[in-house]
Design a protein around this ligand. Structure first.
Ligand code: GLC
Length: 731
């Protein structure tokens, strides 16, 4: 009896002592801030500095001694990239990291459906969680200023309000999986030419009204846990260590409590990195002068030079503690959080999500003589022409390049839908290998490719041309911009040649940028499909066949010519700059803001997209005619599906102020709502808009200001197709 009692007492005492020994930072029942302070108090200066810079290409140190895990990250916004070698960009060739490729973010923006952003974030977040990532290096939300920017396909279009509404649920979805989203590239990374050094100059209004809102929403509404500094400079300082952007605006004004991580190679000096708000330095190319490896992490700006400066008193310990606190906070929110969910990788649910987002992203630009939809069995011989029908579009493009578990190409989708006995294929054009940083023309003979395609088109009942851009350098690709607005690889000539021999042509584009269409008048149907990822071919035929009624809207304008766009309406200094400075001379008039204010008709306007059905808007009404600056206005109208098929319509609400103390765009998107209606169904649609969103940024007061007076609220199907107007007076 005695021995049993003594064993029980011994066990209890061991438990008690064990409980006493569990430090606060490991106690998942304790508030995160207590755990952060406790961990910080146990760390040495060397351990704190070691957290602030890379230890490999995609990781930075935790504190092994204390059981605090390292911070592991992966690209990118539309798929979790494969594992890389320790300090190389090249693949580690693992056998278990082939992911689901989701649509690129321009496609997500084209859905105009925040529910799709939430589904997207949750799905990609589960893949990143399964791959044991602390941080997913996305979403990208840089504003589409020029149609030439090589990375527009990764971002969410030309309008700050659209990008703000879509980025928040994406971030919340990712972070619900216990993975930190990393919104990027903060800020003003709107071109790839000279991206590492170009110094961006613009007004405070353009900065605050156009280029910052999506980041501000990511921080204040999305509660994003990390943010990536951009490569470029802003007002003379690199964005990865920029006092105004990071200390003043991000951390002080917006109260960001997360981690600022540099873009890879975006850090250029220790003093600024220490003092101007950077927390983790990644990807710095050191000069290899030290002995450790060829990317000696100890010589990073925030490595030995930082430690030396702390020990000499040159840098305050408080600066180091703030960085370490933020990194610990991210770790306790992710890898050390109490209820971190498990992930899933390449699951059927992720394929369904990718397909659904892709279906809702596709934009029907033209559809005459009811060319579309194409019922199965209508055409005996369908000629599919174009390299993008069969080429992989998930490989290449820079850091978003993916190793995927599968990719259904448009050709595969068309064959599976319409039957291989009814489908013939000809490549039509060739673009050359997908290389990074340089372009290599195809060795195939362009004329023979074109002639073969035209011969095939002659014998077909229907031609589906699948072209656009691809992920080659100077196309939809990082670190370079496009050279022109035109289609590349001789596609214009090929489309025109096909249309000389066959009138039944459907043109399908995979691209993340606007293009010109000199053959448009002769083309009965045009479909814009973005870069849709693993489910591209399935989503395309879902729409072509009519199984899905297209509901996408353009997240950026398609101008008729490049100089119709503000960034290209001035001089070289305005775009791409003189290799030292670039001056945003179009100011707040980006995209449709320029086109509408200057009364320039686009090829296709922002917010444009057709359907297989038709919608009728009733005259809108407003719940109040006078409203205070802190009030809300509700616009109501009846939307009717007057066609024969179910469909969805995104009504857009633009605000306009004709008389103002400042220059204003002719109209600005301030609300939108996507409504699904059965054939013949009517619904009352209510769109609420806070009056605070009418504000402009008062540069002299350095604050937002709602101007009193009369405003027009324009209800539209696109930025040009306005269906009704109501006026309100702000008191
Ligand atoms: C790249 C990109 C950035 C990416 C990072 C890591 O250069 O600018 O978006 O996340 O480096 O690959």
């Amino acid at each position: 009896m005695k021995s049993t009692l003594s064993i029980i007492l011994l066990g209890a005492s061991l438990m008690v002592s064990a409980q006493q020994k569990t430090p606060v930072y490991l106690d998942v029942t304790k508030p995160i801030e207590q755990r952060v302070e406790n961990a910080l108090s146990l760390m040495t200066t060397e351990e704190k500095v070691a957290m602030c810079h890379a230890q490999s290409k995609f990781s930075s140190k935790g504190v092994a001694r204390l059981g605090i895990p390292d911070v592991w990250s992966s690209d990118g916004s539309h798929g979790v990239s494969d594992e890389k070698l320790w300090d190389e960009w090249s693949s580690a060739q693992w056998a278990n990291d082939s992911c689901t490729a989701f649509p690129a973010l321009t496609a997500l923006a084209a859905t105009f459906n925040p529910e799709m952003a939430s589904l997207f974030g949750k799905s990609i977040g589960e893949e990143a969680r399964h791959r044991e990532k602390t941080m997913l290096l996305g979403p990208g939300v840089n504003i589409y200023r020029s149609p030439l920017n090589g990375r527009n396909f990764e971002y969410m279009g030309e309008d700050p309000y659209l990008a703000s509404r879509m980025v928040v649920p994406y971030i919340q979805g990712v972070q619900s999986c216990g993975v930190a989203a990393c919104v990027k590239h903060f800020a003003l990374n709107n071109q790839e030419i000279c991206r590492g050094e170009i110094n961006v100059n613009l007004s405070d209004r353009a900065l605050q009204e156009i280029y910052l809102p999506a980041f501000k929403a990511a921080v204040q509404e999305g509660k994003v846990w990390s943010i990536m500094g951009a490569y470029n400079k802003f007002r003379g300082e690199h964005c990865c260590h920029n006092d105004l952007l990071l200390n003043k605006i991000l951390k002080q004004d917006w109260k960001f409590d997360g981690v600022v991580v540099s873009d890879w190679g975006g850090v250029h000096n220790t003093d600024e990195a220490v003092n101007n708000g950077l927390d983790i330095e990644m990807g710095t190319y050191t000069n290899g002068l030290t002995t450790q490896g060829h990317f000696p992490f100890s010589s990073y700006y925030l490595a030995d030079p930082f430690l030396k400066g702390i020990k000499s008193g040159k840098y305050e310990m408080a600066k180091l503690d703030d960085k370490a606190r933020r990194i610990l906070r991210m770790i306790f929110r992710t890898t050390m959080s109490a209820n971190r969910p498990f992930g899933r990788f390449v699951s059927p649910e992720h394929s369904e999500a990718a397909r659904k987002i892709a279906q809702e992203a596709i934009v029907l630009l033209k559809n005459e003589h009811n060319m579309l939809p194409i019922p199965v069995g209508k055409y005996k011989k369908i000629a599919v022409i174009g390299e993008n029908a069969s080429r992989s579009l998930v490989v290449g493009g820079g850091s978003t390049s993916l190793k995927v578990a599968y990719e259904v190409t448009p050709l595969q989708g068309i064959i599976s839908k319409y039957g291989k006995e009814h489908v013939v294929y000809s490549m039509g054009y060739a673009s050359g290998p997908s290389l990074y940083g340089r372009e290599e023309a195809s060795k195939l003979n362009a004329d023979s490719l074109l002639n073969a395609a035209v011969e095939l088109a002659k014998t077909a009942d229907l031609v589906i041309f699948v072209g656009g851009l691809n992920k080659n350098y100077f196309q939809d690709c990082e670190s370079g911009d496009r050279k022109s607005l035109s289609l590349p690889f001789g596609e214009d000539k090929l489309i025109a040649s096909i249309e000389q021999v066959n009138k039944n042509v459907v043109v399908v584009f995979s691209s993340g940028n606007a293009i010109t269409m000199p053959w448009l008048d002769k083309t009965p149907a045009v479909v814009q499909t973005w870069h849709l990822g693993s489910e591209a071919g399935n989503a395309l035929v879902d729409v072509l066949s009519g199984d899905v009624n297209p509901s996408g809207k353009l997240p950026f304008s398609f101008p008729k010519k490049l100089t119709d766009i503000g960034a290209h309406a001035f001089d070289k200094l305005c775009y791409p700059g003189d290799s030292v400075n670039v001056q945003y001379k179009e100011d707040i008039l980006v995209g449709y803001r320029w086109l509408e204010t200057k009364k320039i008709e686009p090829l296709f306007p922002f917010g444009y997209g057709l359907s297989y059905t038709t919608f009728v808007y009733s005259k809108p009404s407003v719940d109040v005619n006078e409203v205070k600056a802190d009030g809300t206005v509700k616009v109501s109208f009846t939307l009717t599906n007057t066609g024969k098929v179910d469909g969805a319509e995104t009504a857009q609400l633009y605000v306009s102020k004709s008389k103002s103390v400042v220059a204003r765009a002719a109209k600005e998107l301030k609300a939108f709502k996507k409504t699904f209606l059965k054939a013949g169904e009517s619904k009352t649609v209510n769109i609420e808009v806070p009056v605070s969103s009418f504000a402009y940024y008062n540069e002299s007061k350095q604050a937002w200001e709602v101007e009193s007076g009369s405003y027009s609220l324009l209800l539209g199907r696109s930025s040009r197709d306005i269906k009704g107007k109501v006026d309100v007076k702000v008191l």
